[in-house]
Write a protein that binds this ligand. Structure first.
Ligand code: NAG
Ligand code: NAG
Ligand code: NAG
Ligand code: NAG
Ligand code: NAG
Ligand code: NAG
Ligand code: NAG
Ligand code: NAG
Ligand code: NAG
Length: 621
C-alpha cells in the first residue's frame, strides 16, 4: 500500500498521519479562512449572486479541513423566490438536449419544472451550479452557449461531460469551477472570449501540465485552485500571470518551488501535501552499485540516490521521514513490501537487514515511498507572503535493478590485422541492447564484420571486429620491352611493350618473322613485371632466299599500333592483359595470316599458270 496524501476524504487522517501535530491543521485552516475572505470580497464587487459566494466558499472548503457546512446549491435554489416567467416566442426557443442540464437551468431560473427555455431566459442566467446528484447525469453542455451573461459556473461533481466547448462562446465568465474527472488538458475549453475571468477552480480533474498554455491565456486570473491533480507536477508556467495573487495546489505532484520568487504578485501559496515522483520514470541501476554487505547481510540505500527531491523556493530540500513505521516509510523489493523491523533509517539513508545473497541477487526492482519530514516552521517562507505552506507531502521513486553485463569490445582493423582505430569498450546492463555503427575511415571500406555489431549485453564478454580494406592502393606499373633485331643489331620489327602492375606475371613468345630465322634471345622471356624496365632482345638471322618480299613491315605496323594501344589501356584492361600474359602474350596471328595469304597467292598463281599452259597444250592438239 503506497502512501498518498489525497484530498478530500483522506485529508484529515493524512494530516494526523503526516505530523501528528495540530500546528499543520491550524495552518491549513488559516489558508481556508484567507481564501474564504478573499472569495467573499471578490464576490461583493462582482455581479455574481449570493449563490456564487456560497458555492465558491464550498469550493475552498471541500478539500480542506474546514468544518463549516455551507448551504448547497439545491437548498439555495429551493429557498430563492421565483421570478416572473417571461413569455416565450418560438423564434426565441433554445434547445437544451441534455435533460439533466435543462433541469438545472430551469431550477436555477426558478421556472416551473419542465418549462421550455428561451434565449431571454438564458440571458437571465448569471450563475449556474452543477453540483447536485442530478448534475452528475449531465453529459452535454450544448445550449449553454446562449447563457451570454453567465458569470459563474460552478461544476463540482463528476459528470459525463467531455465536450466543454459551449463555454468557449461565453464572454462574461469571471468565476469558473470545473471540478469533474472528465476534464482533461485536451478538452479544457478555450475561455479567452471571457476576458474577465479572475477565479479558476480545477480541483480533482484529470488535467496535467499540458493544460497550462490554456490557463496562462487568461491573464486576469487572480486566484487559481488546482488541488488534487497529481499529474500537475510544476507551477512554473503560472509565473507569467501578471495578477495571480493566490495559488492553491494542494495534493498535486509539484517538486520544485524555486520558481516562486519569479511570480510577480503571488502572496498566497497553499501547496500542502505534494505527492511527488508518481509520474517520474524509474531509475535503472546496476546491481554492483548497490551497497550490499554480504557479511552483515544488509543493503544500505543512501538517500543521496533519490532523484527529484522536493525543493523549497530557497533551495532547501526537506528531509525524508526517519520513521520506519509502515505509514511513514514504504520500501519494497520486487513489489513486496519489507516489514518495518527490517528497516533502520537515519538522515543518510535506509539500512535493510536480513538480506541473504539469494535475496540480493533476486532483486529486480525496489520502490521507496516516504513522507517528508517538513512540518510548518521547518522551512522558510518567502517575504511578503500572507500564507505559504509546502508542508507534509510524500516522495516516491522506483528503481529497476539489472546485472552489470560483461563488456563489448569493438575493434577496427585492416585486412592485415593492423589497428586502424583504438578499441572501444561498451558496457551496459544485462539485457540492454547496443547497436554499433561503423565509422568511416578515409581510404578504407568495410570489408567484413566479425561478431555481432548489435545485440544485448550478456554475462559473457563480446568482441566485434570491423575489418576494413584499403581502397586507394595506387599500384605502380612496370614495363617489359621486347626488341627484334637481326644479327647486325638492326631493328626488324617494332618493339613490343608489355605494361602491367608490379608483380604481374608475363610470358613472351618469339614471333615468326618472315624472311628471318630465330637465333637467340637475350633477357628473360617470362617472369614478373618489376619496377625497373626489363628488356628482352630477340635476335634473328636473315634468310638467304626470299629477299624480294618483306611482309613483316606491314605486320610490324599492326603490332606496333596494338602494342601502343595496349600501353595506353586502363588498369582494367591491364588486368585482363595480365591474365592473357600468363598464357601467351605475343600476338603473332598477323604474320601467320600474311604468310598463309602469300602461300595461297603463290598456289593460285601457280594454278593459273598451269591451267593456262594446259589449255595452250590442248589447243595445239
Ligand atoms: C456540492 O459539493 C459539496 C462538496 O463536494 C458537497 O458537500 C455538497 O453536498 C454538494 N451539493 C450538492 C447539492 O450536491
Ligand atoms: C456517466 O458515466 C458513468 C461512468 O463514468 C456511467 O456509469 C454513467 O452511466 C454515465 N451516465 C450517463 C448519463 O452517461
Ligand atoms: C492585472 O494587472 C495589470 C498589470 O499588472 C493591471 O493593469 C490590471 O488592472 C490588472 N487587472 C486586474 C483585474 O487586477
Ligand atoms: C528547480 O528548478 C530550478 C530552476 O528551473 C533548477 O535550477 C533546479 O535544478 C531545480 N531543482 C530540482 C530539484 O529539480
Ligand atoms: C526471488 O523472487 C521471486 C519473485 O520475483 C520470488 O518468488 C522468490 O521467492 C525470490 N527468492 C528469494 C530467495 O528471495
Ligand atoms: C643494339 O642497338 C641498341 C640501340 O638501338 C643499343 O642500345 C644496343 O646496345 C645494341 N646492342 C648491341 C649488342 O650492340
Ligand atoms: C587503338 O585502339 C582503338 C580502340 O581502343 C582503335 O579504335 C584504334 O584503331 C587502335 N589504333 C590502332 C592504330 O590500332
Ligand atoms: C607508338 O608508341 C611509340 C612510342 O612508344 C611511338 O613512337 C609511335 O609513334 C606510336 N605509334 C602510334 C601509331 O601511336
Ligand atoms: C580505375 C583505375 O584504377 N584507374 C587508374 C589506372 O591507372 C592510371 C595510371 O596508370 C590511374 O591514373 C588511374 O586512376
Amino acid at each position: 500500500m503506497l502512501l498518498v496524501l489525497l484530498a478530500p476524504t483522506l485529508l484529515s487522517s493524512s494530516l494526523a498521519l503526516a505530523d501528528g501535530s495540530e500546528n499543520e491543521v491550524d495552518q491549513t485552516t488559516t489558508a481556508q479562512t484567507t481564501a474564504t475572505e478573499e472569495t467573499q470580497e471578490e464576490t461583493l464587487d462582482s455581479s455574481a449572486s449570493t449563490e456564487s459566494s456560497t458555492t465558491e466558499e464550498m469550493s475552498e472548503t471541500d478539500t480542506e479541513v474546514g468544518t463549516d457546512t455551507s448551504s448547497t446549491a439545491q437548498e439555495i435554489a429551493a429557498t430563492t423566490t421565483p421570478t416572473a416567467e417571461p413569455l416565450a416566442t418560438n423564434a426565441d426557443a433554445v434547445t437544451i438536449p441534455d435533460a439533466a442540464l435543462k433541469q438545472e437551468i430551469v431550477a436555477t431560473l426558478n421556472l416551473p419544472v419542465g418549462s421550455d427555455l428561451t434565449k431571454t431566459d438564458m440571458e437571465r442566467l448569471t450563475s449556474l451550479d452543477l453540483n447536485s446528484s442530478n448534475s452528475a447525469q449531465i453529459s452535454s453542455l450544448s445550449g449553454l452557449e446562449y447563457a451570454t451573461n453567465l458569470a459563474t459556473i460552478y461544476m463540482n461533481i463528476d459528470n459525463n461531460v467531455t465536450d466543454f466547448s459551449p463555454l468557449e462562446q461565453l464572454t462574461s465568465l469571471t468565476y469558473v469551477t470545473l471540478q469533474t474527472a472528465s476534464l482533461n488538458s485536451a478538452n479544457f475549453p478555450d475561455l479567452t472570449k471571457s476576458t474577465g475571468i479572475t477565479n479558476l477552480n480545477l480541483g480533482g480533474t484529470d488535467i496535467d501540465n499540458n493544460v497550462f498554455p490554456k490557463i496562462t491565456q487568461l491573464t486576469q486570473l487572480k486566484r487559481i485552485y488546482l488541488d488534487s491533480n497529481m499529474k500537475i507536477t510544476t507551477i512554473e508556467p503560472l509565473k507569467h500571470l501578471p495578477n495571480l495573487t493566490s495559488l492553491s495546489v494542494q495534493f498535486c505532484g509539484i517538486t520544485n518551488f524555486t520558481v516562486i520568487p519569479e511570480f510577480p504578485v503571488l502572496n498566497n501559496l497553499a501547496a500542502f501535501g505534494q505527492n511527488t515522483g508518481r509520474y517520474d520514470e524509474p531509475t535503472t541501476i546496476g546491481r554492483s552499485s548497490l551497497d550490499y554487505d554480504i557479511a552483515q547481510q544488509t543493503i544500505f540505500l543512501p538517500f543521496s540516490m533519490m532523484p527529484n527531491r522536493m525543493t523549497n523556493f530557497d533551495g532547501y530540500v526537506p528531509p525524508f521521514s526517519t520513521s520506519n513505521s509502515a505509514s511513514n516509510t514504504y520500501l519494497d523489493f520486487n513489489g513486496q513490501q519489507l516489514p518495518s523491523n527490517r528497516l533502520q533509517i537515519t538522515d543518510q539513508g535506509i539500512t535493510v537487514s536480513g538480506v541473504t545473497e539469494d535475496e540480493f541477487k533476486n532483486i529486480t526492482s525496489f520502490e521507496y515511498n516516504a513522507r517528508l519530514n517538513n512540518p510548518a516552521g521547518t522551512y522558510a517562507q518567502p517575504d511578503g507572503f500572507t500564507f505559504y505552506a509546502i508542508s507534509s507531502g510524500t516522495y516516491l521513486h522506483q528503481f529497476n535493478v539489472l546485472d552489470d553485463g560483461q563488456p563489448v569490445t569493438v575493434q577496427y582493423k585492416d585486412t592485415k590485422g593492423n589497428e586502424l582505430l583504438p578499441d572501444e569498450i561498451l558496457t551496459g546492463f544485462v539485457g540492454k541492447t547496443f547497436a554499433i555503427s561503423t565509422p568511416e575511415i578515409a581510404g578504407y571500406t568495410l570489408k567484413e564484420t566479425v561478431g555481432e555489431p548489435s545485440g544485448s549485453f550478456t554475462n559473457q564478454e563480446q568482441t566485434v571486429t570491423f575489418i576494413y580494406e584499403e581502397v586507394s592502393v595506387i599500384k605502380k606499373k612496370g614495363t617489359v620491352i621486347a626488341h627484334y633485331v637481326d644479327t647486325d643489331n638492326h631493328t626488324i620489327k617494332t618493339d613490343f611493350r608489355f605494361v602491367d602492375v608490379i608483380d604481374a606475371p608475363f610470358t613472351l613468345e618469339q614471333p615468326k618473322i618472315e624472311g628471318y630465322t630465330f637465333k637467340e634471345v637475350i633477357g628473360a622471356t617470362s617472369g614478373k613485371v618489376t619496377e625497373e624496365e626489363q628488356e628482352v632482345t630477340y635476335i634473328y638471322t636473315k634468310n638467304k632466299i626470299e629477299e624480294k618480299t618483306d611482309p613483316s613491315k606491314t605486320t610490324a605496323a599492326t603490332n606496333q599500333n596494338s602494342a601502343n594501344n595496349s600501353t595506353s589501356n586502363n588498369n582494367e584492361t591491364a588486368q585482363k592483359n595480365t591474365a592473357a600474359a600468363t598464357k601467351k602474350v605475343f600476338p603473332s596471328t598477323g604474320e601467320k595470316a600474311a604468310s598463309s595469304l602469300f602461300v595461297l597467292g603463290i598456289i593460285l598463281v601457280a594454278g593459273a599458270v598451269a591451267y593456262f599452259m594446259f589449255r595452250k597444250a590442248k589447243q595445239k592438239k
